[in-house]
Write a protein that binds this ligand. Structure first.
Ligand code: HEC
Length: 128
C-alpha cells in the first residue's frame, strides 16, 4: 500500500512539478523585466526567438556590446545556464551589468520558462 501511494504521489508530483517549474521560472523572469521583455527591445534585447539564435543578433536591437556579438555563443539550455549564472565573467565586457541567477534550480526553472515563452511565432511575436 505504501508502495502504491508512493507510486501515485510520485506520478502526480512529476506532472505538477513541470507546471510549478514553469510558474517559478516566470517569477524568476520578473527580475529580468527591469531591462528585458519577451517581445520588445528595451534596455536589453527582446527574447522572442532566443533559442537557436546567435548571441548579439536580436532583430532591431542596436546596443549590443562587441563582447557579446563576438562571443560565438548560440543560445540553448547549456549556454544560457552558463551566461545567466555569471554574465559579466562569462562574457567579459558585456553591457548586461547584472550579477546573474546563481541558484541552479532558479536558473533551470527560468530557462524552462524561457524555452516555452520565446518560441517565435508560437508563443511570441517580435514587435516591429
Ligand atoms: C540591468 C539590465 C539587465 C538585466 C536586469 C538583465 N539583463 Fe539581460 N541583457 C541586458 C543588456 C544590456 C544586454 C545586451 C548585452 C550586451 O550586448 O553585451 C542583455 C543581454 C541578454 C541576453 C543575450 C541576448 C542576445 O540577444 O544575445 C540574454 C539571454 C539575457 N540578457 C537574459 C537575461 C535574463 C534571463 C535576465 C534575468 C535573469 C536578464 N537578462 C537581466 C540587460 C539586462
Amino acid at each position: 500500500m505504501a508502495a502504491l501511494l508512493a507510486l501515485l504521489c510520485g506520478g502526480a508530483s512529476a506532472a505538477t512539478s513541470d507546471a510549478t517549474a514553469l510558474k517559478h521560472g516566470e517569477e524568476v523572469y520578473g527580475r529580468c523585466l527591469a531591462c528585458h521583455a519577451i517581445e520588445q527591445n528595451r534596455t536589453g534585447p527582446a527574447h522572442c526567438g532566443l533559442f537557436g539564435r546567435k548571441a548579439g543578433t536580436a532583430p532591431g536591437y542596436a546596443s549590443y556590446s562587441a563582447a557579446l556579438k563576438n562571443s560565438g555563443i548560440t543560445w540553448n539550455e547549456a549556454t544560457l545556464s552558463k551566461f545567466l549564472a555569471d554574465p559579466m565573467n562569462t562574457v567579459p565586457g558585456t553591457n548586461m551589468t547584472y550579477l546573474g541567477v546563481t541558484d541552479a534550480k532558479e536558473r533551470a526553472d527560468l530557462i524552462a520558462y524561457l524555452k516555452q515563452a520565446t518560441q517565435a511565432g508560437k508563443a511570441c511575436q517580435l514587435a516591429k
